[in-house]
Design a protein around this ligand. Structure first.
Ligand SMILES: [Zn+2]
Length: 128
């Protein structure tokens, strides 16, 4: 697998969502939540964004990535642990019987559409 292929595929998914949401209007910013467990390299994701957006309403838009830290909850003691390393063990009691609370997110949080760029003041009656 080539480096960056994962991120490129994710960018295509984000683009699809953006295209559906923007209704053809130019987009300035698009914000995505990416969980730490997704193993997405943020700079690579942002870099790939520049490859998928040309000739779309999202060309030149900025991809803003919210990194969501991974959190697990222990089934034994109930403690919540922020994962700083990829080991699924409770930081309190060391149990590996844990549930992932956050860190698997991958969703488009918001899309900022440029305002006033191509809008006309009043719709004109084009009927002949
Ligand atoms: Zn525990």
């Amino acid at each position: 697998m080539l480096e960056g292929m994962h991120e490129l595929a994710l960018c295509r998914s984000i683009l699809d969502i953006g295209l559906r949401a923007c209704g053809g209007r130019p987009v300035t910013n698009i914000t995505v939540d990416v969980g730490a467990l997704r193993q997405v390299v943020t700079p690579t994701l942002v870099h790939c964004w520049g490859f998928v957006t040309p000739n779309t309403p999202l060309a030149g838009s900025q991809l803003i990535v919210n990194d969501i830290p991974a959190t697990i909850e222990c089934q034994g003691c109930g403690a919540c642990t922020h994962l700083t390393q990829p080991y699924m063990v409770c930081g309190s009691c060391g149990s590996s019987r844990v549930d992932v609370v956050t860190g698997r997110e991958f969703l488009v949080r918001s899309i900022d559409v440029a305002t006033g760029a191509t809008t006309t003041a009043a719709p004109r009656d084009e009927e002949h």
